[in-house]
Design a protein around this ligand. Sequence first.
Ligand code: ADP
Length: 592
Amino acid sequence: MATIGKLSATFADNLKLDASHTENVESAWGGPLALPPGTSGEKFAKFLAGVGDVCGKSEITLVSSQDQLKGGWYLEQSKVHDMHSIYDEDFFVASAVVTPSSVPQVQALVRLANEYEIPLWPISIGRNVGYGGAAPRVRGSVVVDMGKNMNKVLSVDEDSASCLLEPGVTYSELYDYLIEHNLHEKLWIDVPDLGGGSVVGNCLDRGVGYTPYGDHFMMHCGMEIVLPNGELYRTGMGAMPDPTQPGFDPDAPLHEQPPNKCWQLFNYGFGPYLDGIFTQSSLGIVTKMGMWLMPNPGGFQSYLVTVPNEEDLHPLVETIRPLRLQNILPNVPTIRYITLDAAVLGHKKQYVSYEGPITEEDKRAIEKKLQLGRWNFYGAVYGPPVIRDAMLSVVKEAFLKIPGAKFLLPEDMKENSVLHIRSKTLRGIPTYDELNWLDWEPNGVHLFFAPISKVSGDDAMKQYEVSKRRFEEAGMDFIGTFTVGMREMHHIVSVVFPRGNPKKRDRAVWLIRTLIDDCAKHGWGEYRTHIGLMDQIQGTYSFNDNIQRKLNETIKNAIDPKGILAPGKSGIWPSKYDKKQWVLDSKVEKKF
Ligand code: ADP
């Protein structure tokens, strides 16, 4: 990929950088590694000069050197490319990163992007591990890092158990905020597997957690959004001014208007409900979001049910479905395959000394060592002791009908167990332990494959068998978990391979692209995906000649005619982009 060395002088002149801007001056002299498509260096430099006037020059980082694409890991995430790259490292790369500090700055930034026709890629924290991290879909986009400076817990309503957040608030920070304000016993949060993500960003990508509040989009309430033309919109009850609120002034700037008192209480407001079109989408930059918090239910009790054999997945899921529908399983429990728990507790080489899928015999040895089954079901009951005891006895009786099943509480397990880690997650305490499975292979890179399935023994077995067969063909370990929603399961499968090994990377890409097609043949679609796979997955949602994509593109072109916001996100391309050039080929040759 060519750099644009000759541009240097003009670039710096236009940016009006001087030596006092030591943070950025060095990189600015060289111009970016990748310019936005169809943009000259001069035009880009003028755009950045405008951005510097709006946000401050020190809030711009230019991506000008391959060195910026090195290093980084979950806690020190790269904001400029995908650290878990499935193409070359500089394939999905930003031209610059901008860190606005206020709503008016975001509005001005969007207006400038329209003027210069520069693609923007908004992120909140940019961890988004397994789905592309902070990297933009279009090479050379400007990443808008909403998390660095816009990271406040704006309010917590104790009475109604809700909060209003800026994009940069992570799960760990929200949890710490509740502790600092002595609210943590009263109000619980829901966390995904890792605590370092943005509450807003995770919800916008429709991530899940594991308490009864595990469906994050269901639990959000109200968004504030900068639209692609720079206008400010508040969804739901936020659309109604509230003159009763302290500080209300009809003449004050919109972003300073105190919001309607019901904004975080009632999701739908009046008229067509639009919040959904801002998730997994390219239609706005979210500047605030309301979330419901979980009132302390009176305590909780986590537990583990292990079953010994592969095929026990069938009765396990059949047992789960009625209990989940009846809310006797009130949260989002998980059914984890043995390799996932093994990977949380150790590296592959600590268990076996060979490459390739772990043998049946060695899986048995691992199960014995870790006190686990082939499938391990992590659940919890919530409520005061009398309710928990009653629910637990129903749960225990139901699961123990499966031959060979064991029911275990945390005190039955060794201190260093996945049940102890899951117990925190099931209570809404952020953790980072699940990061360990990245090191299943040394220096591991991973991407998620995440199809939806019915909560049925037949479907779960079939989906598992289809996946496992392809993993075996690729010579890789199947590592997966079924997370059980209210009426479906997200089957989250981790494809882990070592960094810097193109052969293994090619295998991983073959595996996931083949699985997407395999699953589509069974009517199973993915709920979320890596930026490199979005076109293929959008293509599988093909009812009525892909009307879903066409409708989304109609909306996209209407409200973002210059196609400046997140082009290509979820396989939705603005008309400005020629799909023949931009859609990634999903056909992969099997080279092994
Ligand atoms: P994480 O919480 O895992 O760090 P990100 O911040 O990377 O998540 O966000 C995940 C995805 O959600 C992004 O790639 C982007 O598509 C979308 N997103 C995140 N924050 C915003 C935002 N403030 N406005 C619009 N879209 C956003």
